[in-house]
Design a protein around this ligand. Structure first.
Ligand SMILES: CC(C)(COP(=O)(O)OP(=O)(O)OC[C@H]1O[C@@H](n2cnc3c(N)ncnc32)[C@H](O)[C@@H]1OP(=O)(O)O)[C@@H](O)C(=O)NCCC(=O)NCCS
Length: 123
């Protein structure tokens, strides 16, 4: 439900999408590991960051640590400013993003209704 696009797609369509990103020089991905388990994912595609941590590993400080590491890596890659979208009804995520240094810069609309906050983070 955190994703901007919640349409249902087949596994194959998803694999094709992931493969297409291999050719995109502006796509970067990181898998978050904790105690040698894969627990989350952070991506930056065309400067837009998205993230997800498995439900049972949320609220343990993993996201805060992972964001801090990704910001350092993104800076090394030469990125300067990132954007992110957080749906207006996802207040926990918004609180998290604000704590990790993101600033609200606008609101995105869908069907003429406010839908997501647009955020920006300068590295
Ligand atoms: C948003 C998300 C990345 C945060 O990562 P996390 O590891 O859970 O966050 P942390 O444990 O580092 O928490 C940092 C802050 O976020 C907030 N927070 C995180 N989880 C929370 C929870 N379950 N309840 C309340 N606040 C919470 C708190 O403000 C917390 O600060 P505090 O510990 O000082 O109270 C993660 O919860 C997630 O993947 N959510 C689903 C997907 C999503 O919303 N992605 C972001 C949109 S792009």
């Amino acid at each position: 439900m955190a994703c901007n696009d919640t349409s249902k797609i087949s596994y194959l369509t998803h694999v094709k999408y992931m493969e297409s990103l291999e050719k995109n020089s502006k796509a970067f991905h990181w898998i978050i590991t904790y105690n040698e388990k894969d627990v989350g994912y952070i991506k930056i595609i065309d400067l837009e960051l998205g993230s997800s941590i498995k439900d049972s590993f949320q609220g343990m400080g993993i996201g805060t640590k992972a964001y801090s590491l990704v910001f350092k890596e993104a800076k090394k890659l030469g990125l300067i400013k990132l954007t992110a979208l957080v749906k207006t009804d996802r207040l926990t995520s918004l609180k998290f993003e604000e704590k990790t240094g993101w600033k609200k810069i606008g609101i995105e609309y869908k069907n003429k209704k406010p839908y997501a906050y647009k955020l920006e983070h300068t590295l």
